[in-house]
Design a protein around this ligand. Structure first.
Ligand code: FAD
Length: 510
């Protein structure tokens, strides 16, 4: 264990120097308890950065070898930002013991082992833990809607990972290139230029407005003859958009979308997606009438609850969340697909050795109110768990398997990365031992120059206001710019914003 720690310190730190050497040899003197973190997202990445590596041997397991700054993901799907500007490699986490690009497959709580499978050859291996922190997030829920999983990655897309954004961007550009073909049938062209977004939450709304800007600014410039044939539809099963926002902001957003000629269908569910063939030559296919005899091909149609249909070129499906397989099969107690935790974010019955946070965790009944699946929640929970470990678990002997980890002492909620619990506990009198969520408000962008910002329920020392328009947009951009983890992304992001404003978005397909 120690030799690998030394090796990783030498190989991962380009500026390996005296301080690192002293620290490495100092840590050799004492066997550090091993903290295994599952997931490199908002929860896992923040926690891995927060934990004191002089006290703990921190190991990270995740299929993604980077942290993804999800609030900016919709911008990359149309080229407002470039993919690499919104991610941070996990190996840049200072002092990280090991990282395995693998999926956690199963959990053996008896032997304190996570069973993993690497992403490349499917090799299986075990990782022992003293403490396990589960931050595996969730995945897109298709609600078993026929055709969604089957067409995923072809005409239907999810938006959770960087590779999703890349696929969407390529498909949109493919639709325009195919629609530019001089021999294209007009109906086929209209189908390709029909884009559907399913879901009325912030991700869907932000993607819709980003796509709208792309159509107005770049398509109008590079495919001027096609822009009038484009149709953009947003479908939401509930009665309104942006359900978690103040009603005035949600109504404002809806009105703005309709002003932009986006067809917003509320209280309408997509009941299925179907592939149809338009050539009588294809066995089992459905013959079409509008195509020349013998012409082959397929198209995709979405059906709605009211019996209507809409052919489309690309669909973004962002209609709900479901647990990842590991969580479902972990054997831990779940509530609606999430790991049940107590007020200290510990999984009951595990002697304080297993914690869960972020989108995959939910408080047990009477242990707190369920929180929204947001980056802010995952990040604050990661600060909390990191501070508990750094402050209160450090002298606990984890080798005594039957002994329960003592409950933590006061922990003041940290809102900013530099606010350590030690520092806050000194200046705040009323710190609580249990996790306390602080609402920092909610924001949603509306393409360039627009947005909504809801601070009506915030716990921040800020006016409780609902803001919209340019002010909300600048608030959104500055908040997410200042939250970047590296100087390189702090420089790259405004550069890409500037490039897009002056030269437009890149329309090449890779
Ligand atoms: P995630 O950040 O999703 O991380 C989960 C990690 O677990 C990933 O690294 C994944 O690869 C890994 N993983 C999955 N399965 C396994 C396994 N079997 N073993 C090991 N690792 C595994 N929230 C906001 O507050 N504001 C926003 O503006 C906002 N915008 C968003 C935009 C988009 C497009 C999306 C998708 C989400 C957005 N969110 C936003 C929500 C926010 O991203 C999530 O709430 C947050 O990421 C939750 O953090 P997490 O650590 O629980 O999960």
């Amino acid at each position: 264990m120690y030799s690998s720690t030394i090796a990783s310190s030498f190989t991962t730190s380009p500026r390996f120097g005296m301080t690192a050497m002293i620290r490495t040899f100092a840590t050799m003197q004492k066997k550090r308890p091993r903290v295994v973190i599952l997931g490199s997202g908002w929860g896992g990445n923040t926690l891995a950065r927060r934990i004191n590596k002089d006290i703990y041997d921190v190991r990270l397991i995740s299929p993604a070898n980077h942290f993804l700054f999800t609030p900016l993901l919709p911008s990359t799907a149309v080229g407002t930002l470039e993919f690499r500007a919104i991610q941070e490699p996990v190996r840049t986490i200072k002092g990280l013991g090991e990282y395995y690009q693998a999926k956690a497959k199963a959990l053996d709580t008896e032997n304190q082992v996570v069973k993993c499978q690497d992403l490349f050859k499917g090799h299986e291996f075990d990782v022992k833990y003293d403490y396990l922190c589960i931050s595996a997030g969730n995945k897109t829920n298709t609600f078993n809607t026929p055709g969604i999983s089957e067409r995923e990655g072809k005409e239907v897309f999810f938006l959770k990972h960087l590779y999703h954004a890349r696929k969407i961007r390529n498909r949109i550009l493919e639709c325009f290139e195919r629609a530019s073909n001089p021999k294209i049938n007009p109906e086929e062209r209209d189908r390709l230029l029909s884009f559907i977004v399913v879901g009325g939450g912030p991700t869907s709304c932000e993607f819709t407005t980003e796509l709208y800007d792309f159509l107005q600014e770049d398509v109008a410039k590079w495919y001027p003859e096609l822009v009038k044939h484009v149709k953009l539809t947003l479908v939401e099963a509930g009665p309104g958009l942006l359900g978690s926002f103040h009603k005035s902001l949600a109504d404002y957003y809806l009105e703005k979308l309709r002003q932009k000629n986006i067809d917003v269908k509320l209280s309408m569910a997509v009941t299925g997606v179907e592939e149809r063939w338009y050539s009588s030559e294809v066995a089992g296919g459905q013959a079409g009438t509008e195509h020349a005899e013998g012409e082959k091909g397929h198209y995709t149609v979405a059906s709605f609850a009211d019996g209507t249909e809409l052919p489309f070129g690309a669909m973004l499906w962002s209609a709900g969340l479901a647990p990842v397989k590991f969580v479902e099969e972990s054997g831990l107690k779940l509530d609606r697909g999430k790991v049940v935790v107590d007020r200290y974010l510990r999984v009951p019955g595990q002697n304080g050795r297993i914690m869960a946070l972020g989108d995959c965790a939910v408080p047990a009944e009477g242990e707190g109110t369920p929180l929204p699946p947001t980056a802010s929640v995952a990040e604050q929970q990661a600060y909390y768990i990191g501070d508990c470990l750094n402050l209160y678990n450090k002298d606990f002997d984890v080798t005594n398997r039957d002994q329960e980890v003592p409950i933590p002492g006061p922990i003041a909620p940290a809102l900013m990365p530099w606010q350590s619990a030690e520092f806050l506990n000194k200046i705040l009198v009323k710190a609580a031992p249990e996790f306390q969520y602080k609402n920092r408000g909610a924001m949603a962008a509306m393409g360039f120059g627009g947005g909504v910002s809801d601070l009506t329920k915030t716990d921040l020392p800020a006016p409780k206001v609902a803001t919209s328009g340019a002010a909300a947009f600048f608030m959104w951009r500055s908040a997410y710019w200042t939250k970047q983890l590296s100087w390189s992304n702090m420089i790259l992001i405004p550069m890409y914003w500037f490039k897009q404003m002056v030269f437009g978005r890149d329309i090449s397909r890779f």
